[in-house]
Design a binder for this molecule. Structure first.
Ligand code: ATP
Ligand code: MG
Length: 660
């Protein structure tokens, strides 16, 4: 049964059925409606209806009104009106409203069938054209309607625009009338071309003849601008190629990268192993193979053994289930040559899936480094031993040297003493002999006796002084040392000799900082040293006065005693500075030798500085001297700081301070 494309609307059932019967002869089955509303309802229910045949006179809503209503919802409906009257006015109104055809009652069967046939044909064409319109709208194409010979009948504005010609200039002439459209003729040949492509105003146009029913007597030409499509196609091709090139490049890069990484893994002086979640040794680099001499399969067995062995230090390193991240664990593994290699191991778990863990292990071979360290340690111990032994030897040597020096200086001194003593002893002997001779001759009177005895007495006194000085060379016992301050010894010395010096019209200035740390010593001895230095300074200033033959300036007359920390840490210095005669290098070289003096025998024994140096050395200290002729000298006594006392003092203040 064909689709129900026809609707008959008539209030007279006989007319409706009669028409239906007539149409059935043409195998058409119309739908039937008695009035307007029923017609509209059926139209809604049957979208296939294309042709409506309606009486003009209808109850309620007349045929013309119904036409208007139907047009609103179905603009492409073919409507044929029937009227019983010879009424031109109604017919004209109906046609203006958009009726497609008009039949006068009484209707002849032939007329009716023809009208229905025409309407159906038009309706179908309408469907085709509306369908095409849609397609054309989408394609944004132009359309040319020609007759079968190619003579243009109408041109859509889009077509005119695409062809760069006005519709008027084309209508009535063959499409190919224009030179650049020559090829379009091929579409109208006996065996027409499927389509024709042309370039018009730099646009690529595609001409296609749409097959339409011959009976319509038209040729439909579509003009499609395919420039964009062509461009897009080209772009697409270019893009595809670019993608391909990029993929190829990336692939090459990645394979190079992989190759590089592989090479890196294999050339690195580091053992690299990767155990996957299935306990397979997935990576075992060359270094691992070289160091252990194990192939991948052998290594897999060996490492699995480590992973199981709870006693092995390598167990947590190789067990993929071991959660720890391990770094810097040192452990040895057997090497191919039977020796052992010491490696520093690091291991890290990698999650490869739910509950699936792989383990990356890195071992750095530190065997040589370890050996070097051991050698170094041994060498260090050896060096320490050597140093100890050398120190012992040096100490012994030093003691020997000191002893030898002592002996030498003693020998020298004994000679000097013998010489020094012989002279006064001679004086005494001669004087005694003289007294004897005078008595024998009866010439010894009281005066002579008295003066000669005085001579003997004076000589004995001088000898006593020298002997007294010599006592400075006696052994100094360090066990009697006490912690002393610079102030203490400076004050002690000045109390003994200060007044004497001032009587010579000289000044003494002291610059002693209270902050100077203490030192250890025998107070009398240190004071003796300081007194010797002060006496020497006094002598030097007086000598300069004698040399100059005129009064001294205050600066020249002033002797400074200065206490200060030494430039070397944990030492202190006590200086005696004078602006006196000073001394040339050839004198300075000998001043510490016993009995070396530049003074006449009534003033100096030459033992002062020798004794000073002896005492200072016995205190672990020393004596320094700076001097320039005519400018003066500085004699510097150096002491090691009494660190014990300093420490005790700081502890004491540390304890005291919170209570303060
Ligand atoms: N401050 C000084 N300025 C210049 N020369 C000095 C000074 N101190 C010492 N000397 C030189 O060093 C020599 C040795 O000094 P030392 O104290 O050993 O003996 P002395 O002073 O000559 O005799 P003694 O000290 O036995 O009375 C002195 O004779 C003098 O030439
Ligand atoms: Mg002296």
């Amino acid at each position: 049964m064909s689709a129900r494309e026809i609707l008959i609307v008539d209030d007279d059932p006989a007319t409706r059925e009669g028409i239906a019967e007539l149409l059935s002869l043409r195998e058409l089955t119309p739908l039937l409606a008695a009035d307007g509303p029923e017609a509209l309802k059926l139209l809604k229910q049957h979208p296939a209806i294309r042709v409506v045949l309606t009486d003009v006179r209808l109850p309620g809503m007349d045929g013309v009104k119904l036409l208007g209503q139907m047009r609103l919802a179905h603009p492409h409906l073919q409507v044929v009106l029937m009227t019983a009257f010879h009424d031109r006015a109604v017919a004209m109104r109906a046609l203006r409203q958009g009726a497609n055809d008009f039949l006068q009652k009484p209707i002849r069967a032939e007329d009716l069938l023809q009208a229905i046939e025409r309407s159906l044909h038009r309706a179908r064409l309408e469907v085709v054209s509306s369908h095409w319109r849609e397609v054309l709208d989408q394609l944004k194409t132009g359309t040319l309607i020609c007759d079968p010979m190619g003579i243009v009948k109408s041109v859509t504005p889009e077509a005119a625009e695409l062809l760069r010609r006005s519709a008027d200039s084309m209508v009535g002439k063959p499409v190919w009338n224009s030179t650049h459209l020559g090829n379009v003729r091929d579409l109208f040949e006996e065996e027409p071309a499927a389509h024709v492509g042309l370039l018009v105003a730099e646009r690529h146009l595609h001409f296609e003849r749409v097959p339409v029913n011959r009976e319509l007597g038209i040729a439909l030409l579509l003009v499609i601008d395919v420039t964009e499509q062509r461009r897009m196609k080209k772009d697409l091709a270019g893009f595809a190629q670019e993608v391909e090139t990029r993929v190829a490049e990336r692939t090459r890069f990645l394979s190079e990268e992989i190759h590089f990484t592989e090479r890196l893994l294999d050339t690195a002086d580091v053992l690299i192993a990767y155990i996957n979640p299935e306990d397979k040794l997935e990576r075992w680099n060359k270094f691992g193979q070289i160091v252990t001499g194990l192939s991948v399969e052998e290594a897999e067995r060996r490492l699995a053994k480590y992973a199981r062995d709870e006693n092995s230090p390598l167990q947590p390193v190789f067990d993929p289930r071991c959660p720890d991240e391990i770094s810097g664990r040192m452990a040895a593994i057997p090497a191919e040559d039977g020796t052992e290699r010491v490696l520093t191991w690091s291991a890290r778990r990698f999650r490869e899936g739910p509950g699936m863990w792989g383990r990356l292990i890195i071992g750095i071979d530190v065997t040589e480094q370890k050996q070097l360290e051991t050698t170094l340690q041994n060498y260090n111990a050896y060096l320490e031993d050597m140093v100890k032994q050398r120190s012992r030897e040096l100490k012994t040597k030093n003691a020997q040297l000191i002893h030898t020096a002592r002996l030498a200086s003693l020998g020298e001194m004994v000679g000097s003493i013998a010489h020094e003593m012989k002279q006064p002893l001679n004086v005494i002997a001669i004087t005694a002999d003289l007294i004897k001779l005078l008595r024998k001759n009866g010439k010894l009177n009281d005066d002579l006796l008295e003066s000669n005895l005085d001579k003997i007495r004076g000589t004995v006194d001088r000898m006593a002084t020298t002997i007294n000085h010599l006592r400075g060379f006696t052994h100094i016992d360090a066990t009697t040392f006490k912690s002393l301050t610079v102030k203490q010894v400076v004050n002690g010395s000045l109390a003994l000799i200060g007044e004497q010096i001032r009587l010579e019209d000289l000044e003494i200035e002291t610059e002693v900082d209270g902050e100077i740390p203490p030192f250890r010593g025998e107070q009398n001895q240190i004071e003796q040293v300081l007194i010797n230095l002060l006496q020497n300074a006094r002598d030097a200033v007086l000598e300069l006065k004698e040399q100059q033959g005129r009064a001294l300036t205050l600066e020249q007359r002033t002797i400074i005693v200065r206490g200060k920390p030494h430039s070397e840490k944990n030492w202190i210095a006590v200086e005696v500075q004078d602006r006196g005669s000073g001394m040339p290098l050839e004198v300075a070289e000998h001043i510490f030798e016993p009995f070396f003096t530049t003074k006449d025998s009534s003033r100096g024994t030459g033992l002062g500085l020798a004794i000073c140096l002896n005492i200072m050395r016995a205190h672990g200290g020393d004596v320094e001297v700076e001097s320039a002729p005519g400018k003066g000298s500085v004699f510097r006594m150096l002491f090691p700081v009494d660190t014990e006392a300093v420490m005790l003092a700081s502890q004491h203040t540390g304890k005291q301070s919170p209570a303060k």
